[in-house]
Each structure stands twice: as structure tokens, then as C-alpha cells.
Design a protein around this ligand. Structure first.
Ligand SMILES: C[S@@+](CC[C@H](N)C(=O)[O-])C[C@H]1O[C@@H](n2cnc3c(N)ncnc32)[C@H](O)[C@@H]1O
Length: 182
């Protein structure tokens, strides 16, 4: 409804979750690389987080970042209703601030917050990803007003020598970037 414009939602209240087929696609990717540790930038109310929690299983661990307190509250409820709250560390705050405090290594990272900072998020996340790990970015193809920023992001990512990257036309368009070596 948000995407078609049939429901009017204030910009800061939009949830704009990944699509269900993107959730399945990520789930397959996570299982293929045996991901146990996932970082997500942009939780909203936790739709994508729930796909990840399901894919990493009970031994997995997730960190997800969201700055909107109302969305954080709803996400916490959703995680607890799904019985996966123990796997998920939900950090409330501005992503750039929180990323600077993280010491962990991750197998998979989703960049799905403000697009203005997406290149900064990628540069901060890349050293935190193990060789063979993946960084995904949502909204490469839709909505159209993100295109200039996402094209710039694709050029930036593809200029790095230790990654391989492709835009997959599923859902809103996903950039899938594998880190080849440290
Ligand atoms: C597209 S939504 C995330 C959707 C979610 N990944 C899903 O698929 O279910 C983007 C979220 O990022 C949050 N956000 C935007 N800029 C942020 C920032 N600088 N720091 C933390 N969160 C931010 C927004 O509040 C919004 O809830």
C-alpha cells in the first residue's frame, strides 16, 4: 500500500520492508554461506531481521540498528512474539555513531537505512566482514528517486579490488557484494 501510494504514510513513518521474495533470496544466500553473524543497518519494524534470524538459526547472532524509537518498540514486540529476541541485539541510535562502536566480525551485512550515507556504511562495514562474506544493499532499482545515489554506490563498490558485485533484479533490486579477501 505504501509503495503503490494507496496508503498515505509520513516519510519518517514508512516501513518499506524488503519484499517477501527478497526475504527468501537472502535466506538462501545466508544458508549457502553458513552465515551465523549478521549486521543490519535499518531495522524498521523487523521484517528483514526476522528472515535473517530464521536463516542463522539458534546458534546465530544479529546486530540491527534503528534510530526511530517507535519502530524500535514495534520491532522488539515482533521479535519477542516470534520467539527470536535472544538472537537479536537491537541498537537504537544513529547508524554512523553505532557502527563506530562495533568490534564484531560479520558473515552478512544488509545496508537498508538512509541512502545518503550508504557509501559510508559500506566503507565502515567492509573491514567487519570476513573473506567470503556478503554485503547486500536494498533499493538499487526502486523507488526511482534513489537511482542516482544507488548508481553512485554501485560504482563505488565495483571500484574496490577485493570484492565482486552484481545488481540482482529481485524485489526493489539488491546489490550483492562478496568480499574476496581481507
Ligand atoms: C527501509 S527501512 C528498513 C526496512 C527493513 N530493513 C526491512 O526490510 O524490514 C529504513 C529504516 O532505516 C532507518 N534509518 C534511516 N536512517 C537511519 C540512520 N541514520 N540511523 C539509523 N536508522 C536509520 C529508518 O528509520 C527506517 O526505519
Amino acid at each position: 500500500m505504501e509503495r503503490t501510494g494507496k496508503a498515505k504514510v509520513a516519510r519518517h513513518r514508512e516501513m518499506l520492508a524488503i519484499t517477501a521474495d527478497t526475504g527468501i533470496f537472502f535466506s538462501i544466500l545466508l544458508k549457502a554461506i553458513k552465515a551465523r553473524r549478521v549486521l543490519e543497518i535499518g531495522t524498521s519494524v523487523g521484517f528483514s531481521t526476522l528472515w535473517f534470524a530464521d536463516a542463522i538459526g539458534k546458534k546465530g547472532k544479529m546486530v540491527t540498528i534503528e534510530m526511530d524509537p517507535l519502530k524500535v518498540e514495534r520491532a522488539r514486540k515482533n521479535f519477542s512474539q516470534a520467539g527470536v529476541e535472544k538472537l537479536i541485539e537491537l541498537k537504537q541510535g544513529v547508524a554512523l555513531d553505532i557502527l563506530g562502536t562495533l568490534k564484531d566480525k560479520f558473515d552478512f551485512v544488509l545496508l537498508d537505512a538512509d541512502k545518503e550515507n550508504i557509501i559510508n556504511y559500506f566503507d565502515l562495514a567492509l573491514p567487519m566482514v570476513r573473506a567470503g562474506g556478503i554485503i547486500a544493499a536494498d533499493n538499487m532499482l526502486f523507488p526511482p528517486h534513489y537511482r542516482p545515489m544507488m548508481n553512485k554506490y554501485a560504482r563505488h563498490v565495483r571500484s574496490k579490488r577485493n570484492v565482486q558485485s552484481v545488481t540482482v533484479p529481485i524485489g526493489m533490486g539488491e546489490e550483492i557484494t562478496i568480499k574476496l579477501q581481507d
